[in-house]
Design a protein around this ligand. Structure first.
Ligand code: FES
Ligand SMILES: [Fe+2]
Length: 373
């Protein structure tokens, strides 16, 4: 299998992305979220991440297995990331308690004497299930009070970018967004911002705006923009036309935060999974992992794809940084039909999931939406 994974630069969080003045929202627990790129976890290094307001410390055991612990010692709360990791055990820097990092079990308490009755192995640091997919460390974030989870537990599968063959290239992008996860997600599914935010000679111009009609259908915990011939005014799709076969695109949104886009053109395909992950209740991060076999043999294709992908995500990021300035003052907002209908579905699906009625769906069947973009 020829798999080439290339990192894109991580944009430094802007000043406004690090303060927490953006309005907060409710968060969906009991699901998988990407914590960080897994290539940062090697050689006995510990790295920190924040998911849903929970500080985490991650690492890779010497047998290759990833782990994620709450970054807080169960003894007196100092971050475990301040301590040491020898490939097998995380040792707290304050009093030297040692923890097995995958399950969190305490293995030793150096201050105990032979007279002590305390059994260290009854003590656990907070441990999260952690799996590697597409170069991300994915962490299952249980609802508060759910208790310790085991590998054997019946959990949803770890999300992954769909691939349609074994030979492909891939790349990823990431950007911090200074807004809560809802604004990040509706920004992701909003069709009307394209001609304004993503104006560029290689993408599309404001003058190319025209009426569109797309069919949507309900899928479990989400909705699908049904397979369609993609927008004629996008340069990347025009490029795919060189293969001379019909091109179809399918875009799925699935709770809690996932957008899958698949473009197929005969044997050629491009596929991406974009997630918007709440780092806290008021901040989020967008991650894109794309895989493709189109132009597989063209030299520099990954570099070119990264350049354009980078520009594209940065345009969204810059716009959301500006939007965050406005949102700080808690303005009242509106969602209009039809362009914002997917955002309305998202809010209804999220509400149903939070209310414990994940089966109920805001769409009773296929719907056609119309907008100009
Ligand atoms: S605070 Fe960690 S061992 Fe005491
Ligand atoms: Fe965008």
């Amino acid at each position: 299998m020829a798999l080439e994974t290339t990192a894109l630069p991580i944009y430094p969080a802007s000043a406004s992305a690090t303060d927490d003045s953006a309005p907060a929202t409710s968060l969906i627990h009991d699901d998988w979220y990407p914590a960080m790129r897994s290539d940062r976890l090697r050689g006995g290094k510990l790295a920190t991440a924040m998911l849903l307001g929970i500080p985490l410390v991650l690492g890779r055991r010497e047998d290759g297995r990833l782990f994620a612990l709450r970054d807080s010692c169960p003894h007196r709360g100092i971050p475990l990331s301040c301590g040491w990791f020898d490939g097998r055990q995380v040792t707290c820097k304050y009093h030297g308690w040692g923890f097995e990092p995958v399950g969190g079990q305490c293995l030793e308490i150096p201050s105990l004497t032979s007279k002590d009755r305390l059994d260290p192995t009854k003590i656990y640091a907070g441990a999260f299930l952690c799996e590697e997919r597409d170069g991300h460390a994915w962490v299952f974030v249980p609802r508060p009070g759910r208790g310790r989870l085991r590998d054997s537990e019946d959990l949803p599968p770890v999300p992954e970018t769909p691939k349609f063959g074994t030979r492909f290239r891939s790349a990823h992008l990431t950007a911090d967004l200074p807004c809560n996860v809802d604004h990040g997600i509706i920004g992701l599914m909003d069709p009307a911002h394209g001609p304004f935010v993503h104006q560029a000679w290689w993408w599309r111009s404001k003058a190319s705006i025209h009426e569109k009609e797309k069919r949507f259908e309900p899928i479990p915990e989400g909705f699908r923009m049904s397979a369609h011939a993609p927008s004629g005014n996008s340069a990347p799709y025009k490029l795919l036309g060189v293969y001379g076969e019909p091109i179809t695109t399918t875009i799925d949104f699935v709770l809690p935060n996932r957008r899958y886009e698949t473009i197929r053109c005969g044997e050629k395909w491009f596929s991406s999974l974009t997630t918007v992950t709440p780092t806290t209740a008021s901040q989020c991060r967008i991650d894109v992992v794309a895989a493709w076999n189109v132009f597989y043999h063209v030299p520099l294709v990954t570099t070119i794809a990264k350049f354009f992908g980078n520009r594209f995500v940065r345009q969204d990021q810059e716009t959301m940084i500006q939007q965050a300035e406005g949102l700080k003052h808690n303005p009242s907002l509106m969602l209009i039909d039809d362009a914002d209908r997917p955002a309305k579905w998202y809010f209804a699906l999220k509400q149903a999931r939070l209310a414990g009625s994940a089966g109920s769906h805001p769409m009773s069947g296929p719907v056609t939406l119309r907008w100009r973009s």
